[in-house]
Design a protein around this ligand. Structure first.
Ligand SMILES: [Zn+2]
Ligand SMILES: [Zn+2]
Ligand SMILES: [Zn+2]
Ligand SMILES: [Zn+2]
Length: 199
């Protein structure tokens, strides 16, 4: 009897060890926490699915310390969750975002749609919408209490969705960073195409 129990224990340990090495789909948590699923090779930002790792990385925030910042306006932004238009970087919770889209979306609070109790908010989380009874706007799974930031986030998510659907990876990154794509000869501002003045 004793021996059987030991064997069962060994089997359990082996099963746990094997599953830790095998790659598993993490889309469920990635969708809620802005993660990357190595198994499916897709990332999620505000529940928007993207196949481009470059786009996903362009949207990620990096931790920065105040003393590492040289620009005065960035220093102020770092202390107040603000945006520096000169450097085109935003800060939320001491994290630096090189994308205005990612910066705006980071200002909200990420929610697990399954845990939302209000029916109106739950419906809004499927796309976007403002709930008058909760005074909360949902943009994907991100909640905003401030109406103005919510409106900005709706625009940001629209840009994000367009970028995720873009066939050109460089354009996708350019869309969320107000950059340009030399290949396609286009520049982007707030997710919209602008003409490049360079030939
Ligand atoms: Zn997956
Ligand atoms: Zn700056
Ligand atoms: Zn609600
Ligand atoms: Zn392009």
């Amino acid at each position: 009897m004793r021996r059987m129990i030991d064997l069962t224990a060994v089997c359990v340990v082996l099963a746990v060890a094997t599953s830790a090495y095998a790659q598993q789909c993490t889309c469920g948590t990635a969708k809620v926490q802005n993660g990357w699923c190595a198994d499916c090779k897709v990332g999620y930002v505000d529940a928007v699915k993207m196949k481009s790792r470059a786009l996903f990385d362009a949207l990620a925030g990096t931790e920065v310390k105040a003393e590492e910042i040289k620009c005065a306006s960035c220093k102020k932004a770092h202390a107040s969750d603000g945006y520096c238009p000169d450097c085109r970087v935003g800060f939320v919770g001491k994290k630096k975002y090189g994308s205005h889209v990612a910066y705006v979306l980071a200002k909200g609070e990420r929610k697990d749609p399954a845990a939302i109790t209000c029916d109106g908010c739950k419906k809004n989380a499927a796309d976007h919408g403002w709930c008058d009874s909760c005074k909360v706007g949902m943009v994907g799974n991100v909640a905003f209490k401030d109406k103005k930031t919510y409106d900005e986030a709706v625009e940001a998510r629209r840009t994000l969705t367009a970028a995720a659907e873009s066939k050109c990876e460089t354009c996708a990154v350019a869309m969320v960073t107000d950059g340009e794509c030399k290949e396609c000869k286009v520049a982007y501002k707030d997710g919209k195409k602008t003409k490049t003045d360079k030939p």
